[in-house]
Every structure is written in structure tokens, then in C-alpha cells.
Design a protein around this ligand. Structure first.
Ligand SMILES: C[S@@+](CC[C@H](N)C(=O)[O-])C[C@H]1O[C@@H](n2cnc3c(N)ncnc32)[C@H](O)[C@@H]1O
Length: 203
């Protein structure tokens, strides 16, 4: 269930640069919730993509709250340390890899993510099915390859939780195969037809 990797579905995550960044880049703080983050590849990929497209000062305003039910109770430590075996990192483009990763002196064969990136990501253990958001006024929720494990009713309830947790003009990104339930069509506007990038429609 926790299968994932760095730079997974990059095409969808790059929509953040094209569609979300122009709206949020002038904000004092940019808050992103990576919901169902597994051991961190998704929130760290988002952080790297943002840093590649943002100046150092603005990037310091980014806060990525990475959450997972984490039944093994391991993810927090892994994400905090930001140290991964090379095999987990091999899909990262070479230029980006050399910019943001260095050999982990404590664990041979592992590479550690640059502190500048690590500082932007914080982990919280969280069960989406409690339907209690980690906070409100969120600018972007990324929830990929998680909702498919839930029943239709659970999926609707979780999407409504995201709706209320988002800023008035906040965004939601899911995986390509995850369609928005028709009854929530008035809550979330699909930004472009070929990607699951939605913008909240404030009521
Ligand atoms: C396949 S991984 C997806 C990781 C990442 N989002 C991606 O797309 O690469 C699914 C993750 O959802 C988490 N998950 C499953 N049920 C959950 C729940 N009720 N609340 C929070 N996370 C959950 C699992 O622990 C797992 O890490």
C-alpha cells in the first residue's frame, strides 16, 4: 500500500508550477498538505520542484505538511532524516540529484536530501478517515494514490474535508485515474480537462 517513488507522475506534479504557483507565489505563506505521503518521496518531490522554480527567500515561506496513517510508525523518522537508498532515487534527473542529494556519511549507500529542502517538509501521523483536517487555510492539497483504497462514501467525505480545509481559492491534485464524484462538481472546478487538478469553488 505504501508503494511510491521520487518524481512519480511528474507530469501531474508539474501542474503545481503552471497552475498553482502563479496564484500563491505572492502569499506570505504557502501551505501544502501531502495527504498519504508514504515515506516522503511525494512531499520531497513537490519541495524540489518548487525550489527549482522559486527564489531562496520565497521558498522559505513554503510549508509542506506530509501526513500518513503510517501503520509501521516509521515514516516520521525516515522523513525527518531525509536519507534514502540510492535505488529509491534513481528516477531523479541527474542534474537535480546532484543539486539536492549528498552521500549520507552515517549510512553507506544512502543519500541525504539537502537541509534547505528537508526544512520545508514536516511529518504528522494522521488518519484521513477521521475527517479532521491537519489545519485550515491550506493552499494546495495533494492526495495521490490513496483515495482509491476508500469506499465511495469515504472518498466523498475525505474530499469534502479537503474542501473545507482549503483556502477560498485553494487547489486539489489527485492521481490521473481518480475522477471527481459528480455530486462534488460544484465544489471543485477542474482546471484543465486532461489532469486531475481542481480549484475550490468557494460558496
Ligand atoms: C500508494 S501510497 C501513495 C503515496 C504517494 N501519495 C504517491 O502517490 O506516490 C498510499 C499511502 O496512503 C496511506 N494511507 C492509507 N490509508 C490511509 C488513511 N486512512 N489515512 C492516511 N493515509 C493513508 C498508506 O499508508 C500509504 O502510505
Amino acid at each position: 500500500m505504501a508503494f511510491t517513488y521520487f518524481f512519480r507522475d511528474l507530469q501531474t506534479l508539474e501542474m503545481i508550477i503552471e497552475h498553482v504557483l502563479p496564484v500563491v507565489k505572492t502569499r506570505r505563506f504557502i501551505t501544502i498538505w501531502s495527504a498519504g505521503c508514504a515515506m516522503g518521496p511525494e512531499p520531497y518531490t513537490i519541495a524540489i520542484i518548487l525550489r527549482e522554480n522559486m527564489g531562496q527567500m520565497i521558498f522559505r515561506n513554503v510549508r509542506i505538511i506530509a501526513t500518513d496513517i503510517d501503520i509501521s510508525d516509521q515514516f516520521g523518522r525516515v522523513i525527518q532524516e531525509g536519507s534514502y537508498p540510492y535505488g529509491d532515487l534513481k528516477r531523479i534527473p541527474e542534474a537535480i540529484f546532484s543539486r539536492y542529494f549528498s552521500p549520507d556519511e552515517r549510512v553507506p549507500g544512502n543519500y541525504v536530501i539537502a537541509e534547505e529542502i528537508r526544512r520545508r517538509v514536516e511529518f504528522q501521523r494522521h488518519d484521513l478517515l477521521t475527517l479532521v483536517p491537519v489545519r485550515d487555510h491550506i493552499n494546495l492539497v495533494v492526495c495521490k494514490n490513496v483515495l482509491l483504497h476508500f469506499s465511495e462514501e469515504e472518498r466523498r467525505s475525505v474530499l469534502m474535508m479537503f474542501y473545507y480545509a482549503l483556502e477560498g481559492d485553494g487547489f486539489l491534485i489527485t492521481e490521473q485515474t481518480q475522477k471527481m464524484p459528480p455530486e462534488l462538481g460544484e465544489r471543485f472546478l477542474q482546471v484543465i480537462p486532461h489532469a486531475q487538478v481542481f480549484r475550490k469553488v468557494a460558496s
